[in-house]
Design a protein around this ligand. Structure first.
Ligand code: GLA
Length: 402
């Protein structure tokens, strides 16, 4: 049997050689190559099958399913566009945002030194695959270089007691902020239309309900105004400018944001909408409270976007860890809640213009290390990039309607 096969190979090689006019490698080499090829073919067939099972190309696409309602986005690190996550991204989302690389400390780590490359890569990938990109975030109290808040002599502005010097510091900080915003928006205004201008500026526990960040302590609310004006001036009327925050469903926080934004709008500050981070869990908050906020800001004439959606499988104050054994009932509960949430999003599509997940699959999420190190599974795809019960409950809302 073996020798008959060998004879066939040798014959085949000679025929190919004569037809192709190519040079003859030694017979031994050829036999070796044929064997090798057949092993590789088997292996690559197996790889392909595994790949297909992993990325499950036969399931519906999220972004196609919701195409008539709103774009579906995901937050990513640039390396994910060249690893296996890219297949999920290409199939399921039509909007990308950076998980970290657009944040102040990443994009302008030291004064005047901008690191464009990671954001450029995300934009390039998005263009290649017909996706939109959103920007997160021009201003934040966290992940921002210290240099912003140092005076000309390198001392922390916050410690200054002299009133005149404090005023000079404030102007210097606002100037730096304006340069930061203008430089970034001018570069990306044609590629990015949805911008988080400020992130998490409200904190109900702090005095006045405004977060007592260095931004606020040094400039009051002027930093917020400066950032929005600078973004509009650099980006023109077509880009959309958002104030982004978490816990926007909480009545107290919702009201503080509402009052702040109403006041700013009255002054003419160009704010287009509210970004609701929507880091929720399987127990709370109620979907009704989330929708109450959306309705309230809609009545103020503002757009609403869901910017960082994920759903922890634990209650916020519960530090247990399911490890590798997440109970099915938990995943089903998650599916039910995702379904209820998307049901509202679909019903209120005229008030919500983007829905962006904070991640793509459960193998990569900030919730593996927050609030403690543990397994979490907040997204629609599992650790192996397989659709979870939550994926089906979400896509079936639209499929059932059709
Ligand atoms: C906040 C920020 C995001 C991100 C998440 C956690 O919601 O807005 O940029 O840092 O926390 O990862």
């Amino acid at each position: 049997m073996v020798s008959l096969n060998m004879y066939r190979y040798v014959l085949l090689i000679f025929i190919l050689m004569i037809l192709g006019g190519c040079q003859t490698p030694s017979i031994n080499e050829d036999v070796k190559n044929v064997k090798q090829t057949s092993i590789n073919e088997d292996e690559s067939e197996k790889d392909e099958q595994e790949l297909e099972a992993n990325s499950d190309l036969t399931i519906p696409s999220l972004s196609e399913t919701f195409y008539d309602y709103f774009p579906i986005g995901a937050a990513i690190e640039p390396h994910q566009i060249s690893n296996e996550t890219s297949e999920l991204l290409i199939k399921h989302v039509n909007m990308l945002v950076a998980e970290n690389v657009m944040k102040p400390d990443a994009i302008q780590p030291t004064e005047g030194n901008f690191n464009w490359e990671p954001t450029d890569r995300i934009i390039e990938f998005a263009k290649e695959h017909n996706m939109e990109v959103r920007f997160h975030t021009l201003v934040w109290h966290s992940q921002v270089g210290d240099w912003f808040f140092k005076d000309e002599d390198g001392y922390p502005m916050i410690d200054e007691e002299n009133a005149e010097k404090r005023e000079q510091n404030k102007q210097l900080l606002l100037e730096r902020l304006k340069t930061h915003v203008t430089t970034i928006v001018e570069r990306y205004k044609d590629d990015i239309s949805s911008w988080d201008v400020v992130n998490e500026v409200v904190e109900p526990q702090d005095e006045d309900g405004m977060r007592a960040s260095e931004w606020y302590q040094i400039t009051g609310t002027e930093y917020i105004e400066t950032a929005f004006y600078a973004a509009r001036e650099a980006g023109g009327p077509d880009i959309k400018l958002y104030l982004n925050d978490y816990g926007t469903d909480h009545p107290k926080k919702r009201n503080i944001i509402y009052d702040l934004v109403s006041e700013l709008l009255e002054k003419g500050v160009p704010i287009d909408g509210i970004g609701h981070q929507t880091h929720i869990d399987i127990h709370g908050p109620t979907i009704a409270s989330i929708m109450e906020s959306i309705n309230k800001f809609n009545e103020l004439g503002l757009d609403n976007i869901i910017t960082e959606l994920d759903m922890s499988i634990y209650a916020w104050d519960d530090h247990q860890d399911f490890g590798n054994e997440i109970p099915l009932e938990i995943l089903n509960k998650q599916a039910e809640r995702y379904e209820a949430l998307f049901h509202e999003f679909v019903e209120n599509q005229d008030k919500i213009s983007e829905v962006v997940f904070w991640g793509m699959a459960d193998d990569h999420t900030w919730l593996h290390s927050f609030p403690v190190e543990r397994t979490n599974a907040p997204l629609l795809f599992d650790f192996n990039h397989q659709p979870k019960p939550a994926f089906w409950s979400v896509v079936n809302i639209v499929r059932d309607e059709e």
